[in-house]
Ligand binder design. Structure first.
Ligand code: G6P
Length: 366
């Protein structure tokens, strides 16, 4: 194990650091085939009218990112289904089921397929081509993240997003919903991700221990995001819960005033995923006015200014690319400081970051 870890103190640190390389490798393998539609055609699936993403945990958050991108891209109606609640979902004919599971063995996902697979095509995104999910799906895409040892998923999340968005771009080109030049621009934008992910890690490294020492004793955390930033707020809250055993809740920032603001008092840590939406500033002001300790991830012009007494900003998210001035898949690079924040808090609290209590890497019971 010491050999495997190299210079890293834990698998989670290693796996966080591997993300730029994982994304670069995925893009090397599939970017060209995404642009010309071959990635989708090679799967041998029929055209679809709608998409339902089915997953659990971190994979579900990756599914939310993919769904947001797909809705924005081709206007394809896309639902996300919590796998354990699949009984509640009603899928119309022509719905493609995209089942996401790094292990491919999650019982809730497999049970959901029992319900959907007869009448719907299933595309699996998994890190394990030999898994039950891979065997049962009509088509499979390998997420190519490499082995992930840490129980809390990190690089598999990022890999799922990149593979899933690439597959959807490819499907939209193949069906004529977007043209090749649009696909080329989108994939070109994705090619910036390895640099952005690496930059996010570097910009956050020194600041995170200091920030965490300011919030270490807090009993709970709020995570806020809007639009394409929201799934990242959800993933940040999930990582913090899993690793540090502190309460963390993710909310659409606009919902703050409809309830969670009651939780904010002097020093309450509020992590804001700022993807450049101007309304988020008003939400941040509401938190500040109640004495909340705001930790901002990203935001226009964020160049990691000096750490204030009661606030921190962790990285510069770009806001300069694509259609609406933001990438369709949201601020993917924000996941890196969110993972680092959860890990650092866990370490400062003396928790085992690779093996959180009560959790398993692959949950094969319903
Ligand atoms: C478990 C793990 C989570 C993971 C979820 C889904 O609950 O602790 O970290 O996100 O399963 O796993 P999967 O293998 O389906 O992606």
């Amino acid at each position: 194990e010491a050999l495997e870890l190299g210079d890293h103190t834990d698998h989670m640190a290693k796996e966080i650091e591997e993300q730029p390389g994982v994304v670069a490798e995925i893009l090397d393998r599939i970017a060209d085939r995404a642009v010309d539609g071959q990635l989708w055609r090679g799967l041998g699936l029929a055209p679809f009218e709608r998409v339902a993403v089915v997953a659990c945990g971190t994979s579900l958050n990756a599914g939310q990112v993919i769904a947001t991108a797909l809705r924005g891209l081709g206007g394809v109606p896309t639902d996300t289904v919590v796998a354990s609640e699949a009984d509640q979902a009603v899928l119309t004919p022509g719905t493609l089921v995209v089942a996401i599971s790094q292990s491919g063995e999650t019982a809730d996902v497999l049970r959901a397929l029992d319900r959907f697979a007869d009448r719907h095509q299933v595309l699996a995104l998994t890190n394990n081509l030999h898994s039950s999910l891979a065997r049962r799906a009509d088509a499979v895409l390998d997420c190519h993240a490499g082995p992930e040892i840490g129980v809390a998923a990190t690089k598999t999340f990022t890999a799922q997003v990149v593979v899933g968005v690439s597959a959807m771009i490819s499907a939209l080109v193949a069906s004529g919903r977007i043209d090749r030049s649009r696909a080329l621009a989108l994939v070109g934008d994705m090619q910036r991700l390895p640099g952005l992910l690496a930059g996010a890690a570097e910009a956050s490294l020194d600041r995170i221990p200091l920030l965490v020492s300011s919030v270490r004793d807090a009993s709970g955390f709020l995570f806020l995001g809007r639009g394409a930033g929201l799934p990242f707020a959800a993933e940040g809250a999930l990582k913090l819960k899993e690793l540090s055993y502190r309460w963390a809740e993710a909310y659409p920032a606009g919902e703050l005033k409809h309830g969670p603001l009651a939780l904010v008092t002097d020093g309450t840590p509020v992590v804001v995923v700022d993807n450049g939406e101007h309304k988020i500033q008003a939400n941040v002001a509401e938190v500040r006015a109640r004495g909340g300790f705001v930790i901002t991830i990203g935001g226009a012009g964020a160049d990691v200014p000096a750490l204030g007494r009661d606030a921190g900003r962790l990285l510069s998210c770009r806001t300069d690319v694509t259609d609406q001035g933001m990438s369709l898949w949201g601020p993917l690079e924000s996941v890196v400081p969110l993972q680092m924040l959860a890990r650092e808090l866990a370490l400062q609290l003396g928790c085992d970051v690779d093996k959180p209590r009560n959790l398993a890497k692959s949950v094969t019971v319903e």
